[in-house]
Design a protein around this ligand. Structure first.
Ligand code: GAR
Length: 221
């Protein structure tokens, strides 16, 4: 009999293309996780449609409906625990999570961000990269701490920034890498190959190291 699969709770606010990448990975028989529930803080998020199509329970928790951030996060934690969630994956979820929420899932909350952190944290990372004139951009999957995009880095992928790029074209190029990187990082995290050790990650198998820094498309491998 195969080992139990890790139960993921995926938090979304928008289109949910990263949710889709996780759903697609989880549809593979040998993937070590399954999406147990999806929670959106935005009722109109297209991500909810993707969850319904994949027959995954989806819940809307509008942060605006709660009297405080603490109340919202308490309800969020309860919803996730009710669904038996063990790991929380932020996939375009545009809210910061506080220490109390994170303490409920210690070392088990992951986020994907569209920059090579620690550069360009926060909103509009791709726009920040273009404004700064960097030649290489990318994405990062990291463990979440109470800071803004400051948690221990699990994996990164790079893409070139082309002279003719605008925010939309750069975002689309980064997104393609996000869809490969997130399922990879989740697999490594839930199987214990990468763990959070304070501000850094501990990598269990040296063979894993190459997977954690995907090289830019076109670069020799
Ligand atoms: C993705 O690019 C993700 O990295 C970013 O939002 C987009 C969501 O797309 N997240 C952040 O900027 C978090 N700070 P999606 O809804 O199609 O997955």
């Amino acid at each position: 009999m195969s080992a139990a699969r890790a139960r993921l709770g995926v938090l979304v606010s928008g289109s949910g293309s990263n949710l889709q990448a996780l759903l697609d990975a989880c549809a593979q028989a040998d993937y070590p996780a399954e999406v147990a529930c999806v929670v959106s803080n935005v009722p109109t998020a297209f991500a909810l449609e993707r969850a319904r199509k994949a027959r995954v329970p989806a819940v809307v928790l509008e942060h605006k409906a709660f009297s405080s951030r603490a109340e919202f996060e308490k309800a969020l934690g309860e919803e996730l625990r009710k669904a038996g969630v063990e790991w929380v994956c932020l996939a375009g979820f545009m809210r910061l999570l506080g220490a109390d929420f994170l303490a409920g899932f210690p070392g088990r909350v992951l986020n994907i961000h569209p920059s090579l952190l620690p550069a360009f944290s926060g909103l509009h990372a791709q726009r920040q990269a273009l404004e700064r004139g960097v030649k290489i951009a990318g994405c990062t999957v990291h463990f979440v701490d109470a800071g803004m995009d400051t948690g221990a880095i699990i994996a990164q992928a790079a893409v070139p920034v082309l002279p003719e790029d605008d925010e939309a074209s750069l975002s689309a190029r980064i997104l393609l890498e996000e869809h490969k990187l997130y399922p990879l990082a989740v697999r490594l995290a839930v199987t214990g190959k990468v763990t959070m050790q304070g501000a850094r990650t501990r990598v269990d198998a040296p063979a894993t190291l190459g997977e954690l820094s995907l090289r830019s498309p076109g670069a020799p491998r």
